[in-house]
Design a protein around this ligand. Structure first.
Ligand code: FES
Length: 257
């Protein structure tokens, strides 16, 4: 049975081009899971955590999002935590070496995992240098790999591509393969259309990875959150699944074609 709670909007902070919202909440969602918030619209809005602590969580929303119209101190009716988030102990132990891979717009949803293992490596991909956060914004404990689609900084993306590389620029793929071989667990947040190619990459390096060795977050509209409306269906190799209850974090290998 889904839990109903009252969150309190604590702070709203512009972090151009988005807003960071802090909500106090007794039972906050973990990385990759979410709550559905009643923000006065026709359907509830899913809110994913970018920071989780003992008193609540932060989330990131676009400019103009319904929650930005509320004032600090406003109570908000939420349902959740909902869904299957990232499962770091899937193998029965907490991994020592965790690899995080994100497209820059989806990076907030991996932030709660920055300290989740003794060694954490992060690969972030953006279209160009100006879209990447400055390296100083990342915790120094992270082993950071930057990738740009135009080669303006870091490695040349896309990270799953083995296309031709201009002289003097290093392609991301060999570095990503190295990290996939190093990792005990991989968590990914990006465009779902890329997951089949990333699943092939992981399979090539690890041959037969165990269940949940690599996990991927799928973010699609989830109006009901409890498996009733069927709007959040995603196609996997096991057939159609509902992101709201079967995910939104899936085994990456479910997207192998
Ligand atoms: S959001 Fe309604 S079935 Fe998933």
């Amino acid at each position: 049975m889904a839990r109903r709670q009252t969150a309190t909007l604590r702070t709203l902070r512009p972090v151009p081009p988005v807003w960071e919202i802090r909500l106090d909440l007794e039972y906050a969602p973990g990385a990759g899971s979410y709550v559905l918030a009643d923000l006065g619209g026709p359907v509830r809005e899913p809110l994913f955590p970018s920071v989780v602590d003992d008193t609540g969580f932060c989330t990131i929303v676009p400019r103009g999002h319904a929650v930005t119209r509320y004032l600090p101190g406003t109570p908000i009716d939420v349902i959740g935590p909902l869904g299957q988030g990232f499962r770091l102990s899937a193998a029965g132990y907490v991994p020592d070496r965790l690899l995080l891979i994100a497209e820059v717009d989806e990076l907030p949803w991996l932030q709660p995992l920055y300290q989740a293992a003794p060694s954490v490596a992060l690969v972030v991909e953006a279209t160009t240098r100006g879209r990447l956060p400055p390296p100083a914004r990342f915790p120094p404990t992270l082993e950071l790999t930057l990738v740009t689609r135009d080669g303006s900084t870091g490695y040349l993306g896309p990270l799953e591509s083995d296309g031709p590389t201009p002289v003097g620029i290093e392609c991301a793929l060999p570095r990503v393969r190295e990290l996939v071989a190093w990792a005990e667990c991989i968590c990914i947040a990006g465009d779902m259309a890329r997951y089949p190619a990333l699943a092939r990459l992981v399979q090539e390096v690890r041959f037969r990875p165990q269940t949940d060795f690599a996990q991927a977050l799928v973010r699609v509209p989830m109006p009901c959150g409890v498996g009733v409306c069927d709007i959040c269906r995603v196609t996997t190799r096991h057939g159609e699944r509902r992101a709201c209850v079967d995910g939104p974090v899936f085994d990456l290998m479910d997207f192998l074609e």
